[in-house]
Design a protein around this ligand. Sequence first.
Ligand code: SF4
Length: 113
Amino acid sequence: METRELTCIMCPLGCSLRVTKDGDKITVTGNNCQRGVVFANEELTCPKRIVTSSVKTEKGVKSCKTTVAVPKSMIFDVMKEIEKLRLKDAKFGEVVIKNVLNTGADIVITAND
Ligand code: SF4
């Protein structure tokens, strides 16, 4: 049996979760809603994160992010795909990579200039 303390990052409340894994059974306490259970299960099986980075353009560097969280194990590879980009320009909200590495996440520009 394994017990972990996690902070749920699904909303600003940031509930402190106690997650117990006993074989295939995962028990979660401390959550104020069901999303905390979903988060805890995902953290123990396939943790995911939004990736934020920047893209090089001829007019300078523009910030970007994934539209949805990608598996933590793929973050470095996603960053490498973003680093390969050399764009003329990019506008706020523009998708510069669609479905990066088949993760289901697009890379979108977040700079507003
Ligand atoms: S468990 Fe629910 S209420 Fe608590 S931080 Fe997660 S999403 Fe928010």
